[in-house]
Design a protein around this ligand. Structure first.
Ligand code: UDP
Ligand code: MN
Length: 621
């Protein structure tokens, strides 16, 4: 019974199957028609095509998946996976040449907005620029004229780690390095794929790089590990005497390599960074950046650019083509002697995913006998993003990972300043007991490294951290029981705005904490200072603001402990509360006995152990 019924149904199924096959063959036939007449010269063979998507092999043998987004709204059935796995690199002649901005035509604007978040830069713009685009020679004349003796230089291995990078930005990094380097100075390029999920970064990438003029290979990491361990993996593979790390979205300009290698040849313990120019994340325009900045970090140990220190400004007056010192490096791009990389402790392999490794390396290199420098004759562009496009697995997302990494940096390298860091960053403090740093402590011991105090005094005298020789705490106005508070920073820039007071916080409140140096600078986090912009001498009453520290005398103050006045040194006027004429900010005016001019410098303990003025050792809460 059953068999009989089955048979009948089986024959129906057979008929349907035959019809189905015929239909598929018909569609294939139609697709072949399409293949023969495809107008795109880049298309060699179509694999699959329908109204939402086209997959084909291009002239370079690359498997390309193109989603069609024309029209509004975009097709719903184009899956996220198809979008992510699309390599839509199609250079448009002339686009972005000489570092000019890309103009995206109106019909692509929708797609452009949609694809932006994949990489947190304008992928559509990038895909329209040749991987061999030209760039202006941004070097100053003195640099262009400089002759470097190549016979003294060692060839370098370039290491580029990436996770889900776009094809066009990755390949532009590679081609710009090859195109603008003397062939004999490039030993190899090592790409480290940190568990990318995009299909075009797999075999198509292997095949593409195999035909480059500099030996290039891809090392694969199966499980996401982060940029720190990925770089360690790349370094392990490197055979050049110098290693150069680059982010996966850079562009090297004319003459970028020789200055870096020349400096390392002359000083093998120098870690040398190029000047990092800006590739706009939206237009891909190339903008030269100033050479008048160096790197530091704020109270949260976040890397920041600040105006050059006094000694470096002096040195640059003599020779502005010589490398200059920087307390910290941005981290993405630098050259280092390979032996010194290992001798000095390479990287902390217990740091995850992203962040903090640049501060760790900067402190370690400086404190353990090396130097961190910027070479003004070497310019490399980098796409600076406003947001990170990656997922941050483990340890509670981006915040957790970063706090974990930075807790390690502070614990190993900052001694009692670690207490301060953990007071400013209670989130990081929670991480410190969950992570083991003993093997990094051994590096510090083995290298017989200097301490953090030495680093602050000798490498970064312009710093704004608390220190034994300076006041740290609140600036309290006796009349109002108010404390000076710094303005909020907008974005990642330096906070700046009128100096104001507000109710004093009863516990640790970072925006109300200031240092006053022996030179009389009243500074706080992010290198901002109590400043009298008009100098205070011309008018009876001048506004006071909190603004970038400049080491100028108009930012100098003197606290008279007998009168409690805060005297502005240049004008000999006194800090006072807002007035009818200047209701929005503190002012300086002629000194008087008035209670509005009485300010108490109220010390706040910033480390667990302090030595009191009477010489007692005190344990703070
Ligand atoms: N990267 C990586 N694995 C990660 C995170 C980042 O390989 O888990 C790579 C990333 O592709 C880039 C480099 O590390 O080449 C630096 O990351 P990113 O550019 O996001 O840092 P930023 O320049 O924003 O500081
Ligand atoms: Mn980057």
């Amino acid at each position: 019974m059953r068999l009989c019924g089955c048979r009948l149904r089986r024959s129906t199924a057979l008929l349907l199957a035959v019809l189905g096959v015929a239909a598929v063959l018909y569609v294939r036939y139609m697709q072949q028609e399409a293949e023969l007449t495809d107008p795109d010269p880049d298309v060699v063979r179509i694999i699959r095509q329908n109204k939402n998507q086209k997959e084909y092999i291009n002239r370079k043998g690359i498997h390309v998946v193109v989603g069609h987004y024309k029209g509004d709204p975009p097709p719903e059935n184009l899956t996220q996976a198809a979008i992510l796995n699309t390599n839509d690199y199609r250079p448009v002649p002339g686009e972005g040449e000489k570092g000019m901005p890309v103009v995206v035509p109106a019909h692509l604007l929708d797609k452009m907005r949609k694809l932006y978040r994949i990489n947190e830069f304008n992928l559509v713009a990038s895909d329209r620029i040749s991987v061999n685009r030209s760039l202006p020679d941004v070097r100053r004349a003195g640099c262009q004229d400089k002759k470097y003796d190549q016979s003294k230089m060692s060839a370098a291995s370039i290491i580029i780690v990436f996770h889900n990078e776009a094809w066009s930005t990755l390949l532009r990094t590679i081609h710009s390095a090859i195109n603008r380097s003397p062939r004999e100075l490039l030993k190899e390029i090592i790409l480290v794929d940190d568990a990318s999920e995009r299909s075009f970064l797999g075999r198509p990438l292997d095949e593409y790089v195999a035909q480059l003029s500099v030996p290039t290979r891809v090392v694969r990491i199966e499980e996401r590990t982060g940029l720190i361990r990925s770089r360690l993996m790349g370094a392990q593979e490197a055979t050049g005497d110098v290693i150069i790390f680059l982010d996966a979205h850079c562009e090297c300009t004319e003459g970028w390599l020789e200055p870096l290698l020349a400096r390392i040849a002359e000083s093998p313990t120098s870690v040398v960074c190029p000047v990092i120019d800006i590739i706009n994340d939206d237009s891909f325009a190339y903008t030269r950046s100033f050479e008048l900045h160096w790197g530091g970090f704020n109270w949260q140990l976040h890397f920041r650019w600040f105006t050059l220190g006094e000694r470096e400004i002096q040195a640059r007056r003599k020779d502005n083509t010589a490398p200059f010192r920087t307390p910290a490096m941005a981290g993405g791009l630098f050259a280092i002697n390979r032996d010194f990389f290992y001798q000095s402790g390479s990287y902390d392999r217990d740091m995850d995913i992203w962040g903090g490794e640049n501060i760790e390396m900067s402190l370690r290199v400086w404190m353990c006998g090396g130097s961190v420098e910027i070479h003004p004759c070497s310019h490399v562009g980098h796409i600076f993003r406003k947001n990170s496009p990656y997922t941050f697995p483990r340890k509670g997302g981006v915040g957790g990972v970063l706090h974990h990494n930075l807790a390690r940096v502070a614990t190993v390298w900052m001694e009692k300043w670690a207490d301060f860091f953990f007071k400013v960053n209670p989130e990081a403090a929670k991480m410190k007991d969950t992570t083991q740093v003993s093997h990094r402590m051994m590096v510090k011991k083995r290298m017989n490294c200097n301490n953090f105090k030495w680093f602050l005094d000798n490498i970064w005298p312009e710093h704004f951290f608390p220190d034994d020789d300076r006041f740290f705490g609140k600036i309290r106005n006796d009349k109002l029981e108010h404390c000076v508070q710094r303005p909020y920073a907008t974005g990642t820039g330096q906070p700046s705005g009128p100096a104001t007071t507000t109710d004093c916080a009863s516990n640790w409140y970072t925006p109300q904490l200031f240092v006053m140096t022996v030179d009389g600078f009243i500074m706080t986090d992010e290198s901002v200072c109590l400043d009298v912009p008009d100098g205070g001498r011309e008018t009876a009453e001048s506004r006071v603001r909190i603004h970038g520290c400049s080491q100028l005398s108009r930012q100098k103050w003197f606290h008279d402990s007998s009168t409690s006045q805060l005297v502005h040194v240049d004008s000999q006027k006194c800090l006072d509360l807002p007035t009818a004429a200047n209701p929005e900010s503190l002012v300086v005016l002629a000194c008087s006995d008035g209670p509005s001019q009485k300010w108490t410098l109220e010390e706040v303990p910033w480390t667990r152990l302090t030595i009191t003025r009477l010489g007692e050792l005190k344990v703070n809460a």
